[in-house]
Design a binder for this molecule. Structure first.
Ligand code: GUN
Ligand code: ZN
Length: 428
């Protein structure tokens, strides 16, 4: 048994469904006990220590022991082209993304970038990622192999595209189906890995490919499905041209059985009332990617409105359309997007989105995202005074959230002082 000492917090309710502060229980001097890769106990430090006198104790002082962050939408193959200047979505894909993704048929390169990606995300305190790979099965093998080596709970899948992508970066309806199925059978449920069926987005799939992937999902309802939905206005107009028979963007996916519980709809910014009602009815998850939405100039996600109508929402970097690997920076961007829409998201809501909220969106909230006995011991220990600028502001804090908010707004990987994966301390 190992005991970590520090500040702890856990949620007793959804902070979007009542006063945010009341959704949280906080221990100023708390402890998390870990045994066999799981959280064994959480509570006041004195109680936990007294209950386990032989345990090895690590004292993190005033640092906050949090569930590891959960990044619900990312593209690990875009690691090396993050922060590419000057384009909106479609041009950005053609100019930067597709040429880079072309390289992932080379297994050695795919492994190099996957390893780099997990180094960067772990350093940022992220312990679960949900990633698009490329059309190449090698890119999926590299992602899962590197995740498994690190003991991570990680999700991902082969990105399928059979049109509107360059030569060398297209599969077919049939190979998309067959390769996805083979990778699903190879990786889903191995250790802590999960496969995700991944049509990139409507413009890069023929109706035949969407149909084939809908059929695969029907055969394997135990896995998640991820795609992009209503990110940019030009994209939406293009989808309307490509699928004139569809009522709206969501209906394209719906016609092929790709809207349901377990669907992760990246971005979901420009939605009509019919689409919102259908997403809610289907129990699909909407994944908010705020640094990407401002970086590529996509628009402002309606967090307050969507939460008020009871949608399931996760938070994500969308690396490398997103401009950061850090979920702290991502929380800050979500706050800024909220402000631009006239709603100040509370720090308790932001932290929840990056942990338990994303876990719920992935239907993994019974295993990760919460400090509670029985949960997998994926933890990020966060210093709330990691730089002089943050420390001098946090020193003025009157309560927990005033102490946490400067780290949300100004923190980066320097704030993450320790990371545990499956109860083991990771070298970051
Ligand atoms: N839409 C389709 N592909 C992508 C991608 O790689 N990044 C983003 N941000 N949007 C997309
Ligand atoms: Zn994306």
């Amino acid at each position: 048994m190992r005991i970590l000492l520090g500040q702890t917090l856990h949620y007793v309710a959804n902070p979007f469904e009542g006063p945010p502060e009341e959704a949280v229980r906080h221990e100023r001097r708390g402890a998390v006990a870990i045994a066999d890769g799981k959280i064994a106990a959480v509570g006041p430090a004195d109680d936990i220590r007294a209950a386990h006198p032989g345990a090895e104790v690590t004292d993190y002082g005033d640092a906050l022991i949090s569930p590891g962050f959960i990044d619900a939408h990312a593209h690990y193959p875009q690691t090396a082209i993050i922060a590419s200047w000057g384009k909106r979505l479609i041009d950005w894909l053609n100019a930067f993304t597709f040429p880079e993704e072309m390289r992932f048929g080379d297994a050695a390169y795919a492994h190099e970038i996957a390893a780099r990606y997990f180094d960067l995300t772990l350093a940022a305190g992220t312990t679960t990622t949900v990633s698009y790979c490329t059309i190449h099965p090698e890119s999926v093998d590299a992602y899962f192999t590197e995740a498994r080596r690190r003991g991570l709970r990680a999700l991902g899948g082969k990105t399928c595209m059979d049109r509107n992508a360059p030569d060398g970066l297209r599969d077919t309806a049939e190979t998309a189906h067959d390769q996805s199925r083979a990778l699903l059978e190879k990786w889903h449920g191995v250790d802590r890995l999960g496969y995700v069926i991944t049509p990139r987005f409507a413009p890069t799939s023929t109706p035949e490919q969407l149909e084939a992937l809908g059929a695969l999902w029907a055969d394997h309802p135990e896995v998640l499905m991820q795609t992009h939905l209503s990110e940019q206005t030009e994209e939406i107009a293009w989808v309307a041209e490509l699928f004139p028979e569809a009522r709206d963007y969501l209906d394209v996916y719906d016609r092929f059985g790709l809207v349901g519980k377990g669907a992760l709809m990246g971005h979901s910014i420009h939605l009509g009332p019919r689409e919102r009602a259908r997403l809610k009815e289907a129990g699909a998850s909407l994944i908010h990617c705020p640094t990407s939405n401002t970086f590529i100039g996509s628009g402002l996600f309606d967090m307050a409105g969507l939460m008020a109508e009871g949608q399931t929402v996760g938070l994500a970097t969308d690396t490398g359309g997103g401009s950061s690997f850090s979920m702290l920076r991502t929380m800050a961007a979500a706050y800024e997007v909220g402000q631009l829409r006239g709603t100040a998201l509370h720090p308790a809501q932001l932290w929840w989105l990056a942990t338990q909220g994303s876990a719920r969106a992935l239907h993994l909230d019974d295993r990760i995202g919460t400090l509670a006995p029985g949960m997998e011991a994926d933890l990020a220990v966060v210093d709330l005074a990691s730089t002089p600028a943050i420390a001098q502001r946090a020193a003025r804090a009157d309560d927990l959230w005033q102490a946490v908010f400067p780290t949300i707004m100004m923190g980066d990987d320097r704030a993450v002082v320790a990371v545990y994966v499956g109860g083991a301390l990771v070298n970051i």
